[in-house]
Design a protein around this ligand. Structure first.
Ligand code: TYD
Length: 208
């Protein structure tokens, strides 16, 4: 049994990563891979409850409370979903993971990086994704894409400057972890984005 791989998808709201997720799953399943598809915050019954609180636009919370809840949901997710799947040899595809905490809580909300690193160490030990696809779009394009959403959540309601800080923090992580985090220009056509993903997957994990 080949060991499982852990792939995460990241990007600012409106980057289009959720659209790509289904395509990546089809691609992997077509190559005979057992895939567990999940998301953060969420992925477990408790995590989904925390997600509801975290995205509720009528609640306010301290930025560090937000960070702690993100990592609480993540701890549960690792225990109930991610670690068991990887140890079975399945692949895990997660729509967001810890890079989102560094980008949104670290960049967006300006929670101290050392605090986030401590939580990361606490929640996940040495585990890191094998591959992170970061879907990059200019903030204006991301905002145009989410403009049509009727009930914007607590993050989608944020202003341009917030998303600029989130994007800058993501780009800094791509620079810092070039082996694991690969940038995909998600302002291109859907077909071009999928070609870029296929190219990366075939190079990083030769499947056949
Ligand atoms: P998102 O993944 O964009 O889901 P949807 O496509 O259904 O809107 O929503 C999750 C939101 O949570 C997103 O705005 C980013 C935010 N988030 C954080 O702020 N920190 C985190 O650690 C994670 C995992 C998500």
């Amino acid at each position: 049994m080949s060991p499982g791989k852990f792939i995460t998808l990241e990007g600012i709201d409106g980057a289009g990563k959720s659209t790509q997720l289904a395509w990546i799953v089809d691609f992997l399943q077509g190559n005979g891979v057992n895939v567990v598809v999940t998301r953060e915050p969420g992925g477990t019954p408790l995590g989904e409850e925390l997600r509801t609180l975290l995205l509720n636009s009528s609640l306010t919370m301290h930025p560090e409370t937000e960070a702690l809840l993100m990592f609480a949901a993540r701890r549960e997710h690792l225990d109930k979903v991610i670690f068991p799947a990887l140890s079975r040899g399945d692949w895990v595809i997660s729509d967001r993971f810890t890079d989102a905490s560094f980008a949104y809580q670290g960049g967006g909300r300006q929670v101290g990086i050392t605090k986030l690193e401590n939580l990361e160490q606490w929640a996940q030990g040495v585990l890191q994704p094998d591959l992170t696809l970061y879907f990059d779009v200019p903030v204006e394009l991301g905002q145009q894409r989410i403009a049509g959403i009727k009930s914007a959540d607590r993050f989608e309601k944020e202003q341009t400057e917030f998303f600029q800080r989130v994007r800058t923090a993501y780009l800094a992580r791509v620079e810092k972890y070039p082996e694991r985090m690969l940038l995909i220009d998600a302002s291109q056509s859907l077909q071009k984005v999928q070609e870029a993903i296929r190219h990366i997957m075939e190079k990083v994990f030769p499947l056949k």
